[in-house]
Write a protein that binds this ligand. Structure first.
Ligand code: FAD
Length: 309
């Protein structure tokens, strides 16, 4: 069997990320994200990709071009060669969304073993959102500052009452695992969170999206623009270009755009019906979620919506 030539390898590092190792990036009022450790970077991704594409790749395509190709074509496995370990402090309700991402390794602060972190996320008077009418999962618009101030005051009082009762039980000797039932969901928790870059991009794509909740979006934004940008700048750039700031078109969307450009009213009408757009007799219209989402895409393309309001 032919012997492999010994190849001296250099450890891949990201000097820009090294500069901020361990430094917390503040998120919300008392949360943070800090990098504890990492493995690899842009170079390790292209290194891994070249194993599958062969040495010839180097001559025809540079690292940035190759990375953009990989992200554009969802060739994800080379990104799994990089790992990052973060230390995060997050309100428990936000953490509940975060922890749904199963492809990470997690170690969370234990409120069975330790006294809970006496800090809870507070919403500022201008940050109280109204329930969205159409999207049951979302919010739209804000309460006025006077109402917001009252809500913030109530929230502080409630959080204080919860912590007072929790501390009273702890002092009485009630088990920590039981006393913690009194803690509000806004209480901060901390965790070590380790994930590979491929799955991190998936997390960021879902959690930076405008429909994700504000709080988790704030964390995802910091991880993307403070951490990922320093760690793997070419991947960050390609991710923003091809995964984040893109729109995806269904076959029907595509046909609708063609019909709008061709100005074909009967095709527009038939496609609109197939998307759940209904014009009722009394002039009332009903737009399905699919129609509303298409309207958002058309607005980004500077095209007029074919649906009447
Ligand atoms: C805006 C928004 C609203 C949401 N609303 C709700 C809600 O109302 N209720 C709710 O329960 N959840 C909700 N979620 C959570 C969502 O359903 C996912 O659980 C979460 O986003 C994690 O995504 P994921 O499974 O793709 O990620 P990960 O768990 O990180 O998995 C990454 C990928 O690995 C693969 N994978 C991982 N585990 C498995 C498996 N066991 N089997 C097959 N493939 C696997 C899948 O391809 C998956 O996409 C919401 C998420 C978002 C972003």
């Amino acid at each position: 069997m032919e012997k492999q030539k010994a190849e001296q390898l250099e450890r891949v590092s990201s000097p820009e990320l090294d500069k901020v190792l361990g430094l917390p990036f503040k998120v919300l009022d008392d949360g943070f994200v800090r990098v504890v450790d990492y493995m690899g970077g842009d170079t390790s991704i292209v290194q891994a990709a070249r194993v599958s594409y062969g040495k010839g790749t180097k001559s025809i395509t540079d690292d940035r071009t190759l990375l953009r190709y990989l992200i554009r074509n969802r060739h994800t496995s080379p990104f799994e060669m990089c790992e990052i370990k973060l230390h995060v402090r997050v309100p428990m309700d936000c953490w509940r969304q975060w922890i749904r991402h199963r492809t990470a390794n997690v170690n969370e602060y234990s409120t069975r073993y330790s006294i809970a972190i006496e800090s809870a996320y507070k919403t500022e008077p201008d940050g109280w959102c109204k329930q969205a009418l159409k999207n049951r999962q979302g919010s739209e618009g804000f309460f006025d500052e006077k109402t917001g101030a009252e809500l913030s005051k109530k929230e502080s009082e409630l959080q204080k009452a919860c912590f007072d009762e929790y501390n009273r039980k702890i002092e009485m000797g009630v088990a920590r695992e039981q006393a913690r039932k009194d803690l509000p969901l806004s209480t901060y928790t901390e965790a070590y969170w380790k994930i590979d870059l491929g799955n991190l991009l998936h997390f960021l794509e879902l959690r930076m999206e405008s429909k994700a909740q504000y709080e988790i979006r704030m964390y995802a934004d910091v991880i993307c623009d403070e951490v990922l940008k320093r760690w793997a700048p070419f991947s960050w750039e390609a991710f923003r270009d091809y995964r984040l700031e893109t729109i995806s078109l269904s076959k029907t969307d595509e046909k609708m755009i063609a019909a709008i450009v061709k100005n074909d009213p009967s095709e527009i009408d038939s496609l609109a019906k197939s998307m759940g757009y209904l014009q009722e007799k009394d002039g009332q219209v009903r737009k399905s979620r699919e129609c509303l989402e298409l309207e958002e895409k058309l607005a980004r393309l500077n095209l007029k919506s074919p649906f009447k309001n």
